[in-house]
Unconditional design. Sequence first.
Length: 267
Amino acid sequence: MSAVMPNHGSPRAADERDETLPRTEQILCVEHLTVSFDGFKAVDDLSLAVDRNELRVIIGPNGAGKTTLLDMICGKTRPTSGSVRFNGTELTRLAEHEIVRVGVGRKFQTPSVYEDLTVLENFEISLPKMHGLFQSLTFRRRPDLMARIDAMAAQVMLSDQLARRAGQLSHGQKQWLEIGMLLMQEPELVLLDEPVAGMSPREREQTGELLQRISAGKSVVVIEHDMDFVKRIAHKVTVLHQGRVLSEGTAAQVQTDPRVIDVYLGH
Ligand code: ADP
Ligand code: MG
């Protein structure tokens, strides 16, 4: 297998969710989150909240702590202090695979798909309860599962690519495939780290439309640099700087915020 094995974790099981917890409007609530790497605070007393069906974009200069924030939400990095609540569940005490199971899907910056397998096979592997490679490739192609894959392939604009090997896809198509594989797990919150980096202008546009479609049914947090892209898709923008929230509001509001202008001109 030429690709890095993607870590899609195991699917979320509905019965593992605590149904007694209130379903608030805020799906994600980060409070006073801090992580210190040998005394350096990459994320420093950061608080933010994301609503259901919201498409939030996080921007900020290199080193602002954007990736580290996503790492702490998905359990890859343990915070030094602070809290991350998702649907009322404290995530900072859960392991990565448990966080996947409660409904948080994370996509890392570089695409990681099974390059030697076809697009269809990649989708099959990502099906909940089909995550063993052997099982996935030998299970019978049940019509209901095939219908789900067809629908997802259409959603991520890969309907006519199902028979192709993933390694032959364009960079943008690989990113879409990985987003589709993530969505097969039916997460309620999707975290994407710079999904349009390296994409053509046309692919960026299509990705923007894709993210808008996704956020109609779930919450999406996207890290992005391209301000034109951000303006097109963001419901709300959070600007990070030196591990803290520098500004928050609509794309137009943060772009005219003197503190934001200062930081970007300073770089
Ligand atoms: P961004 O994604 O906004 O560009 P990162 O979250 O990747 O920024 O990094 C924030 C800061 O934390 C950077 O200065 C980076 O070097 C540092 N950092 C990130 N991860 C670690 C780590 N595991 N150990 C030490 N420093 C780290
Ligand atoms: Mg980053």
